[in-house]
Design a protein around this ligand. Structure first.
Ligand SMILES: Cc1ncc(COP(=O)(O)O)c(C=O)c1O
Length: 477
């Protein structure tokens, strides 16, 4: 083996942890320094554990092979959700690491041609999720996240994707063909609305939008060629609540094999489990509450083994390629651990803000499912564990005053996303739902004087002080 090849293939221990180190060793570092670093990295793990270290070194040639990445599901007692977000479907790696490592490698090798013949077909066709060969089809860090999310959503299986839109688009590409019909609610995240209303239709898919609160209209709008029924609850940004169990029941009694696809981004698996209420597939933007810190873009689709296998091997592998990076899977796993405690605080803060806004002279309407006055309150209480961290409201202000109100906020930032630990505000008609036509905005109940607040985990007194000051500022000229 030539010296430069040894840096690539002869030091697998280095490259297992960080493939960038290959580049650094190979191209950038001067030789003596590279040699020193190599020796340091090889020797460092031996400290205090010579046997383990020498085993690692003896084993290193085979460590990257898919058969050697030891992944097994721990036998575990039924855990409560706060424990499950941390320990559920725990995957072990070879070194018993407590957090799942980032397997930053796009390829995994086969030991021999014989092994390729023996296992290749199963790996390539996705019959197994514990063997790996190419990152677009699977990666151990992603699998760890998939297994935990499946456990939390009571799904048989899960596929993680590059973003929430990646998950939604992948589901559509997997199950639809020319001539099929999709029925969706009128109010949806704007990206979903564009995908359904403008892009799928280009490929000959028929799409209708109706208000799913009108169950008679929903029933009447189902067609013999309906393949997917898509909705959210609570909705972005009006927090409209739909009865998931009732809708799934109506759809399935019309035709059993229509897939009820539900976007559970706003509620998360902590507050609501749509698969238990009759939905067939659940999608999430992990970018929001599951990630929880506004630093990761990711999504997932959950459902039966059969459906998720199709989604992975038709949708992700061959259609959208919307694969999640293992770095993002790591961040999502970390975010999941604190989802319940963040969400509890966000729900508590949101309720207090909604109650404060209800009494405010600057506000004409408050949208929050936790308020008894909110139209969907009873249904939300029935199907959710708490009411979520989003509050929308309409202000009694002209456009100039609205501008002054937002500019007057000091703690609460003007930003387009939601679900992070920090409170952010946005103007749906201008920002998240900018691509809705005036008719679509009216049909969805999005008013020009409406704001959406994604409530964080800050001290509630600071949040209310910030709002109060900004409201005063808006009318003080
Ligand atoms: C309800 C909902 N679904 C899906 C998405 C899309 O998610 P992502 O931005 O991760 O693609 C969003 C984004 O805001 C959303 O609010």
């Amino acid at each position: 083996m030539k010296f430069s090849s040894k840096f690539i293939n002869g030091t697998m221990l280095v490259s297992q942890y960080c493939s960038k180190s290959r580049l650094i060793c190979h191209k950038i570092l001067p030789l003596p320094l590279a040699a020193f670093l190599l020796i340091f990295v090889l020797i460092a793990p031996m400290e205090g554990s010579p046997n383990k270290a020498s085993n690692i070194l003896c084993d290193r040639g085979s460590m990257l092979k898919q058969k050697e990445i030891k992944i097994k599901e721990k036998e575990e007692p039924k855990l409560k959700i706060r424990s499950e977000v941390i320990h559920g479907a725990q995957m072990e790696d070879k070194y018993d690491s407590i957090t799942m490592p980032v397997y930053r490698t796009t390829i995994f090798g086969f030991k021999s041609v014989e092994e390729l013949f023996e296992h290749g077909a199963d790996v390539l066709s996705g019959k197994r999720d514990d063997e790996f060969f190419y990152m677009r089809v699977g990666n151990p860090t992603n699998t760890a996240l998939e297994r935990r999310l499946a456990k939390l959503e009571s799904a048989e299986s899960c596929v993680v994707t590059a973003s929430g839109m990646g998950a939604i688009a992948t589901v559509m590409w997997t199950f639809l063909k020319q001539g099929d019909h999709v029925l969706a609610d009128t109010t949806l995240y704007s990206g979903t609305r564009t995908l359904l209303g403008e892009l799928l239709t280009k490929f000959g898919v028929e799409v209708d939008f109706v208000d799913f609160n009108d169950l008679g209209l929903l029933r009447k709008s189902l067609k013999p060629n309906t393949v997917i029924v898509f909705f959210e609850s609570p909705y972005n940004p009006t927090l409209k609540i739909n009865d998931i169990a009732q809708i799934a029941q109506i759809v399935h009694s019309y035709k059993k094999d229509i897939r009820v696809v539900f976007d559970n981004t706003f509620a998360t698996p902590y507050l609501q489990n749509p698969l238990l209420l009759g939905a067939d597939i659940v999608v999430h933007s992990i970018t929001k509450y599951i990630g929880g810190h506004s630093d990761v873009m990711a999504g997932c689709a959950l459902g039966s083994k059969e459906d998720t296998q199709k989604i992975r091997f038709t949708g992700v592998e061959n259609a959208t390629g919307a694969v999640m990076s293992p770095d993002n899977a790591y961040l999502a796993l970390r975010g999941l651990c604190t989802l319940p405690i963040r969400m509890d605080q966000q729900c508590k803060n949101a309720m207090k803000i909604a109650q404060y806004l209800e009494k405010s002279p600057y506000i004409s309407k408050v949208y929050y499912p936790g308020l008894e006055s909110f139209p969907g309150h009873k249904t939300a209480k029935k199907q959710m564990r708490d009411f979520g961290g989003i509050v929308s409201f309409e202000v009694r202000m002209d456009p100039e005053q609205m501008k002054r109100f937002v500019n007057g906020l000091k703690l609460i930032r003007l930003a387009g996303s939601l679900g992070g630990v920090e409170t952010v505000i946005e103007h749906p008609a201008f920002m998240s739902h900018f691509n809705y036509t005036p008719e679509q905005l009216a049909e969805s109940g999005i008013a020009p004087n409406q704001f959406r607040l994604s409530v964080g985990i800050e001290d509630i007194r600071d949040l209310i002080d910030d709002l109060e000051e900004a409201f005063k500022n808006s009318v003080s000229r």
